[in-house]
Design a protein around this ligand. Structure first.
Ligand code: BTN
Length: 279
């Protein structure tokens, strides 16, 4: 491992130089995603920038990567800790030919692609926590934030935003996330090539997105459920206004989580946090 040089301003460490974009491009074999790469040393949020680009008409497949985010966004209005040079902050613009009701399938597709990429770097499959957290050993390694613009008939664009903790040791994370987060370097004891990771991620997303459009959601849903691992198990679902206890039954065609409640009724969950009961 390379020597860490603590950067006191950021409370983090510079263990990598800037991402080498040409190394990402070299050997990138994709049909649609990553043909156009936008790179920033620092940005407010790659998702916010991607939305601005999409509103100006940017085409499908444009990828935005930043070394650091000053206003990284997480799900449910949370923020995403985004120190420089150690992680991946990534957004891609999609213009899917799917009805708006199927938009959540894109988040689940992205979670499957991301889980495939991560598995290839840590040598073991991670778990997906519905709808889109990637966990290893119960700790969060990565997350997906999907933002879309739709009218009644069609999806105008979808921004898939992905944040992954790569070469960011847990010991250097702020206290607010240290207990519940992990990173690839913490799991494997090795810094990885961020260029290799982002190239592989773009390829896995391109493959899974092509599959969703051409073949449909069914086989992706099965793979998502294999990573989910809670089918048939007791879960606690925390929603904005109440908590529900039940048994996870899987996901439906629109990406909602199906949970059977204690009266045996099947409920569709479209937003919330899901935990195994023994948590
Ligand atoms: C989550 O809450 O789990 C989702 C986190 C998503 C973070 C990524 S980092 C790149 C992109 N830009 C953002 O502002 N957020 C997403």
């Amino acid at each position: 491992m390379r020597v860490l040089e603590p950067d006191n301003r950021q409370g983090t460490a510079r263990i990598n130089g800037p991402l080498q974009l040409q190394q990402v491009r070299d050997g990138l074999a994709t049909r649609r995603l990553g043909t156009n790469l936008h790179y920033f040393a620092e940005i407010d949020s790659t998702n916010a920038y991607a939305r601005r680009l999409a509103e100006q008409g940017a085409g499908e497949g444009a990828v935005i990567i930043a070394e650091a985010q000053t206003r990284g966004r997480g799900r449910l209005g949370r923020s995403w800790v985004s120190p420089p040079f150690v992680n991946l902050y990534f957004s891609v613009i999609l213009r899917p030919r799917l009805p708006p009701v199927h938009a959540p399938q894109l988040t689940l597709m992205a979670a499957v692609a991301l889980a495939d990429t991560i598995a290839s770097f840590i040598g073991t499959p991670p778990a997906i926590k519905w709808p889109n957290d990637i966990l290893v050993g119960g700790k969060k390694l990565a997350g997906v934030l999907t933002e879309s613009s739709c009218d009644a008939e069609r999806i105008e664009f979808v921004i898939l935003g992905i944040g992954v903790n790569l070469n960011y040791p847990v010991a250097l994370m702020p206290e607010v996330i240290r207990e519940r987060a992990t990173s690839i370097v913490t799991l494997t004891k090795n810094n990885i090539s961020r260029e290799a990771f982002v190239r592989r991620l773009i390829q896995d997303l391109d493959r899974c997105y092509g599959e969703l459009e051409e073949v449909g959601f069914d086989s992706l849903a099965l793979r998502w459920e294999a990573f989910f691992g809670l089918r048939g198990k007791g879960v606690r679902v925390e929603m904005t206004d109440h908590i529900m206890i039940g048994t996870a039954k899987g996901i439906d065609r629109d990406g909602a989580l199906i949970v059977e409640d204690d009266r045996g009724e099947r409920q569709r969950i479209v937003a919330g946090d899901v935990f195994p009961l023994e948590d």
